[in-house]
Design a protein around this ligand. Structure first.
Ligand code: ADP
Length: 449
């Protein structure tokens, strides 16, 4: 097992990894920017090294500085968390070249799955259902029109290098297609420096269902149930739950097995996620694979009892998975709400919910300064209950206790969400936000959320 791990991240995920390492008796080195000097990860890691100023491109994305720090401190491995360098094949390769283990899959796998069009092709060849669309990249508007006419409108134009919902546009007709294609292409060029595009049929109001998988370096692959992440705002997830209310047991099993097949086809190891869209007729289609630990991973941890970060570290160290598929059972129901900052400032008072079935993952403390430099997520409130209703009631209770002063957050909005009839009924899909946007605007206007 590793003796010392460098954490190339910040905030709640850095803390999450440090906590895991402490339990595993592994020392930690946190690299940080000057803006995070007084952060909990810096206080809690065994060692800390400042690697640059606040701007991420000059600190958390500075590959050489991070590798240097790892070498200087004698670290065996680097955990990249999510975001930043977590899906950067070049960085994973540099780690490999410097004899440091990257806690994640190999650079080749990251590269293969990061090219969304190539990943889709690989899945298609492995008999994993993919969304009908172009067979390869689409270079011109004429080609895009041809594909759209073949699969039928509406279509979704997507950037092969895309992420975070960028470089993606819908087109409902031939007239709209040209404009959508150009806009998506320009956005992709600006955001990723790569404007390779492909075209997919737009699945109307689908569910976003993703399967957590774990794979070791010995060929063992398991799935740990799904997460329903359909409640999103501008393609950003807000609330995640497991199990999904719309998935019948037989379909869960089938999709889980397909997810395992997808991971095997990619030669995958580490923790990973296979994302699908599911339509109203129970047809599911692979959309992409995430090759990192995800924000919403605690939802899966709470219903399986498996520590995913610990598994990631064990896998990276060459150990076998600690569970076989038969030993994994899904218990109860878990829900996560993401609490995001809507302003910056100093936190003058903070109280987190606790008690039975409540977990809060956060890097906040009273006196902490919320800065504008990084992701706006402040905390994840995750609850578990023996039934979905118990989990919902527990989430309401937890959010009633959640108190934060000094910055504006979406906590009240999340609270109101737990009383939304469609949410309670479990009858929601990715159109949830748009469907309720009038109500949401009204709440916001009246200052109640
Ligand atoms: P990104 O990597 O930018 O997040 P994804 O491919 O994961 O892009 O898609 C983001 C979201 O867009 C999904 O959660 C889903 O809601 C929606 N989406 C993606 N592909 C389709 C599709 N073919 N039809 C309908 N919705 C889709």
């Amino acid at each position: 097992m590793f003796k010392r791990i460098l954490i190339a991240n910040r905030g709640e995920i850095a803390l999450r990894i440090i906590r895991c390492c402490r339990e595993m008796d592994i020392e930690t080195v946190i690299v940080y920017s000057t803006a995070d000097e007084e952060s909990l990860p810096v206080m809690m890691a065994t060692h800390s090294i400042c690697i640059g100023p606040a701007k991420a491109s000059e600190s958390y994305l500075k590959e050489e500085a991070i590798i240097e720090a790892a070498k200087k401190m004698g670290c065996d491995a680097i955990h990249p968390g999510y975001g930043f360098l977590s899906e950067n094949a070049g960085f994973a390769r540099k780690c490999e070249q410097n004899g440091i283990i990257f806690i994640g899959p190999s650079a080749d796998i990251i590269e293969r799955m990061g090219d969304k069009q190539a990943a889709r092709e690989l899945m298609r060849q492995s008999k994993v259902p993919t969304v009908p669309g172009s067979k390869g990249l689409v270079a011109t508007i004429e080609e895009a029109v041809e594909v759209a006419e073949e699969v039928g409108y509406p279509v979704l134009i997507k950037a092969s290098a895309g992420g975070g919902g960028k470089g993606m546009r819908r087109a409902y007709s031939k007239e709209e297609l040209a404009q959508a294609f150009e806009t998506a292409k320009a956005e992709a060029k600006a955001a990723f420096g790569d404007d390779s595009m492909y075209v997919e049929k737009l699945i109307v109001n689908p569910h976003h269902i993703e399967f957590q998988i774990l794979a070791d370096k010995h060929g063992n692959v398991t799935y740990l149930g799904e997460r329903d992440c359909s409640i999103q705002r501008r393609n950003q997830k807000l609330l995640e739950e497991s199990p999904s209310w719309v998935l019948k047991p037989k379909l869960r099993e089938e999709m889980g097995e397909v997810a395992v097949r997808a991971a095997k086809a990619a030669g995958y190891y580490s923790a990973g996620t296979i994302e699908f869209v599911l339509d109203n007729d129970d047809n599911y289609y692979f959309i992409e694979m995430n090759t990192r630990i995800q924000v919403e991973h605690p939802v899966t941890e709470l219903i399986t009892g498996i520590d995913l970060v610990r598994e990631q570290i064990r896998i990276a160290a060459g150990m076998k998975l600690s569970h076989t598929q038969d030993e994994i059972s899904l218990q109860g129901h878990a829900i996560e709400c993401r609490i995001n900052a809507e302003s910056v400032g100093k936190i003058s008072f903070l109280h987190f919910p606790a008690g039975a079935g409540v977990r809060v993952d956060s890097h906040l403390y009273t006196g902490y300064e919320v800065s504008p430099f990084y992701d706006s997520m402040l905390a994840k409130v995750i609850v578990t209950g023996s039934t979905r209703l118990e989990a919902i009631r527990r989430m309401r209770r937890a959010l009633e206790e959640f108190t934060i002063e000094g910055v504006q957050t979406n906590a009240d909005f999340m609270y109101l969400l737990t009383y939304n009839t469609d949410f309670i009924k479990g009858s929601y899909d990715t159109s949830f936000w748009d469907k309720h946007s009038d109500t949401i605007r009204e709440w916001q206007k009246k200052g109640s959320a």
